[in-house]
Structures are given as C-alpha cells and as structure tokens.
Design a protein around this ligand. Sequence first.
Ligand SMILES: [Zn+2]
Length: 321
Amino acid sequence: MVLIIGMVHHMKRFLALISITIAVTACGNSSSQPDAQKDVISVAASFYPIEEIVRRVGGTYVSVVGLTPVGEGAHDVQLTAKNLDALTNASAVYYISDGFQPDVEKAVASLPNSVVPVDLLQTVTLLDVVAQLDGTEGETDGEVLASGKDPHVWLDPANMVAMTTAVADSLSQLKPEFATEFSAAAKSYIAELQALGSEIDTKLATCESRALVTSHRAFAYLAKRVDIRQVAIAGVNPEEEPSAKSLEAIAAFARANKVSTIFFETLLPADLAKTLADKVGAAADLLDPIEGISSEDLASGASYLTIQRDNLARLQKGLGC
Ligand SMILES: [Zn+2]
C-alpha cells in the first residue's frame, strides 16, 4: 500500500515535470514559467530529524544540506568550511536554538540577510530536564539547553508534526509558487507521524513497568506522551567500568520499580552487559535518540519513522507492554 502511494506520488511529480517541460518549450524562456533547474532552492538543516522533515516537505523543489555529518551526533557538531559555505549561500536554515548546537548557532548569528533562520524550538512546548537517579555518577554532558530545558523534542512525533507545519509555512513563503506542493507533502508526512504516534500510544498503554531507565536522557518527550517516567542514570557507559555505587543505586531502583531492562545508546560490551544483569538484575537494550543517522541506516532506507518503530518494539519488550 505504501509502495503504491509512493508510486502515485512519484507519478504525480513526473507528470508535473512533464507539464513544466512542455510549458517551457511552448513559451521559450518566458519568466512566468517555473524552470525545473533554476527553481530548486537550497536550504540547510542542522541535524537528522530536521533534515528528514525538510526533505519530505521540500521534495524535488528543495535541495537540503545537512549540517551534521552522517554517523555523527548533533550536540557537538563542528561545521566544516564546506558546510559553512553552503549555509551562507542557502535560502533558509532550519535548526534548534538555545545552545543545542553552539557551532550552528554561532554561524546562524553571522549569516547574511539572504538566509532566513527558522528556529524550530519555537514551535513546541519544552520540558524540564529530569534529575539523574540519586547515587549514580558520571559527567553531565551537553544534554541541557541554555534555558535549562530538555532539547530532545523530536522524539515525540507530535513535536515533529508541529515542526513539519512550520517548515511547510516557511518554504511556502520562500517559494509561493510551490505552496500547494509543500502543503500536500507536509500533509502526507504528518499523517505518517500521527500514525506512528497512535501506534506508540496503543502499544505502550499497558506495561509491567512504567519506568524507562536510560543512560542518555533523551526520551523525556516520548515518555511524557505515554505517561512513562524517564529515569536517567550515569556512571555506566561502554568505555568504563561502572562504579559499585552507581550499580547499587540502579539495582535498588530496578528492584523497587520492576525494571527489567536498562536502555543504552550504543551496544554495551558483553562483559559489562553481564555485570549489569548479574548485579542489577536487569538486561541491557538499545534505544536510538535519533540525534543523527548512521550510514548503515541511511543505506538500508531507515528513517525517523522506522527508527522510532524499532525503539517502540524495544520499549515494549523491555517494559513488558
Ligand atoms: Zn542528547
């Protein structure tokens, strides 16, 4: 079914291109007719989920430069000279402000007036950062916005919907002649995001545990949506031996809250996963915060939607839903 819709979608674009070609041929280089090459606008997107929104809404009318390289996380991205150049020559940049990606914000602040900055953080309601579980220890990374709020808004599909609407509005202002196309594309992406949201709500409605214990506190927006409590832990990461104190604290919490799985961003080495299972009585599993996308994921056709469904399946299993 999805394939058929996709084909119809492509067919429509193909027909639109043919009619553009016919029109151009008929009128020579008349300025009132859109030119398929010249009319493609270039915009920048600061990291993966935003890039997906802009690609989906912009379709063939927009060329998108992603400022976070494939395989890298969003928080501490450093702009390359090439990306900085692309950004300076773009018509717009879509990003998240408030200290989420300092290097991007620094560049945005010094852009020429020809680049429209669109801060998508303005379209959503921000949550406070949850405190780390008492007794666990480790460094606090750049996981908090300058305002003290939580930056990981994209993990609730409802926020993706709000950002998609804002991107469609902004592209339509930049290229009013394609407003109908942008709005239709946004509508279809929004429908997919809403379907994902309903699936999350249904599948996580009844669970044995409603505590999502994670080493990367990226899931507050997703957790709030389904009334699950995110519990952030520190002191356990793939590179280091966890401290006995952290393990004690996690174990006590796991026992008290029927927690059987602890979620990490990257695969734990087998010995560390076993230590956790033995000492804490919980297994380890992965959750992807989608702060970027890996080249393997891109190559296999993964998207925000498919990665979120994978997260959902792991949550169902780990929380007993
Ligand atoms: Zn993060």
